[in-house]
Design a protein around this ligand. Structure first.
Ligand code: PFF
Length: 463
């Protein structure tokens, strides 16, 4: 931590790329498309975009400005804003701790698909049921999860995150180009069902992008809102302290408003493109029923797209999943780094010891999550109406319950205790204008708390 603080980011671009490296991960490529598809496409996208411009901007601004102004990590930053709010720093620690339990499970799924394409089994993976039979197997998902976790822990253990980050910055543009290329290809897809029904990629794109308000009830709207909000927290890595830590590294003369907009545009752009790559394709091959596949969506949809590409299937499959694995790795490293750095401070111990301990604890917890699809299988209906297994429960607790709660408390602290001016001063300290100052003040004091209370009550099943 100390070294990093000293080195900081040389300029705005370094900061934006590093924060985007943490933000862009499986949240964009795996979580966003399956939620958007599950919630019917266009309407989810519309709600999400409005949230990014209002909530996303407010929360990201708050976290980064707190970090840069206090120069403290989340465990101490809140206490320095107000001694009574020390507990909020501790609460933020829980989020990466919970996310860590399932992030590497998904990392493992990605590694499995690299192996699938490397060994030329891409066509088999395109068959219905392939993904389900993989995750419900007792051993394979655990082995792949452990491999992903071991790489993550090794990077944190040896303190070489910066090197990995630099490497991933080189890979990111490649990933973007591939996602764009696959999305365009998806538009050309066409499938005829046994009963003669024809579905095309263009129709799928319309489902993905055009909001359908028919049959919209208040309950359904609130569910979409909660899903979109949980996705926003997760994807932007806000309400979990991590962006406070990134804020401590930014140079004082960087224009934060500008940098924040860039992070938002980058993160949302990748998510939207990932949706365009996955959703029209699943619509073509499996119709609207396929769109409700949940967490498996990307792994069910993409092999079918690669198969449709014919002879390029194997090569594209390998390259694509390797790039996704790297994007996932930078994020999982930043999650584990947060945990290790906080624990090092709490227990006054070394990076190596803490990385080993957290690596082992995560391995135990993630093994349980993997078992949620076989030995520990159960079906639970979550308060927002979705039915899920252990992984979905953990995801729900961190993203739909804890994060709205943390954000609500942060809004009260910043909006009413230390006052928005405190943040605005930091935003303007570099000599740049904070253009959205009035909107920020309104959001943090009024709009965000009201909506977050409603969402919190909904997520707990009270509403
Ligand atoms: N924002 C990351 C993603 O979209 O995949 C996930 C994430 C990264 C969560 C870092 C938490 C974190 F500390």
């Amino acid at each position: 931590m100390e070294n990093k603080k000293k080195s900081g980011f040389s300029g705005s671009i370094g900061f934006v790329l590093s924060a985007a490296g943490s933000a862009v991960g499986v949240g964009n490529i795996w979580r966003f498309p399956y939620l958007a598809a599950q919630d019917g496409g266009g309407l989810f996208i519309l709600v999400y975009l409005i949230l990014v411009l209002t909530f996303g901007f407010t929360l990201l601004t708050t976290d980064i400005a707190i970090g840069r102004r206090t120069q403290k990590n989340p465990m101490k930053a809140f206490a320095s804003l107000h001694p009574k709010w020390d507990f909020l720093g501790k609460l933020t620690f829980l989020v990466p701790a919970i996310i860590m339990t399932y992030y590497s499970v998904i990392g493992g799924w990605i590694l499995k698909y690299i192996a699938v394409f490397l060994t030329g089994q891409g066509v088999a993976a395109a068959q219905n049921g392939y993904f389900d039979s993989f995750i419900s197997a007792p051993v394979a998902p655990v082995v792949f999860m452990l491999a992903f976790l071991a790489v993550t822990a090794f990077i944190v253990y040896s303190g070489v995150e910066k090197g990995v980050e630099r490497f991933s910055k080189l890979v990111m543009p490649g990933l973007l180009v591939m996602i764009l290329g696959i999305s365009i290809f998806s538009l050309t897809l066409r499938h005829t069902d046994a009963d003669g029904t024809v579905r095309t990629g263009l129709q799928g794109m319309a489902v993905y992008l055009i909001p359908d308000f028919s049959g919209l009830t208040l309950g359904r709207f609130l569910k979409i809102l909660l899903d979109a909000m949980s996705q926003l927290f997760f994807s932007l890595s806000v309400a979990m302290g991590i962006m406070i830590t990134y804020g401590t590294y930014v140079d004082k003369n960087v224009n934060l408003s500008h940098a924040i907009s860039q992070i938002e545009i980058f993160d949302t752009g990748v998510a939207l493109l990932a949706g365009a790559m996955i959703i029209p394709a699943i619509y073509v091959f499996s119709g609207t029923e396929g769109m409700t596949s949940g967490p498996g969506l990307m792994f069910v949809s993409l092999p079918k797209v690669f198969q449709a590409m014919g002879s390029l299937c194997t090569v594209l499959g390998v390259v694509f999943f390797v790039m996704v694995a790297l994007a996932a790795l930078t994020s999982s490293v930043s999650i584990m780094e947060t945990l290790v750095a906080s624990c090092m401070e709490m227990f006054h111990t070394t990076r190596k010891k803490m990385s080993l301990l957290i690596g082992l604890l995560s391995a135990g917890a993630s093994t349980l999550i993997c078992m949620g699809y076989n030995v520990l299988y159960f079906k639970v209906t979550l308060p927002n109406g979705t039915v899920g297994q252990l992984l979905d429960v953990m995801d729900y607790v961190s993203n739909s319950f804890l994060m709205p709660l943390i954000s609500l408390l942060t809004c009260i602290l910043v909006g009413w205790v230390i006052k928005p001016r405190w943040i605005a001063e930091e935003m303007e300290s570099s000599g740049h204008i904070f253009r959205r100052k009035r909107m920020y003040g309104f959001m943090i004091r009024y709009a965000a708390p009201v909506i977050l209370v409603i969402l919190f009550l909904q997520s707990t099943g009270i509403l």
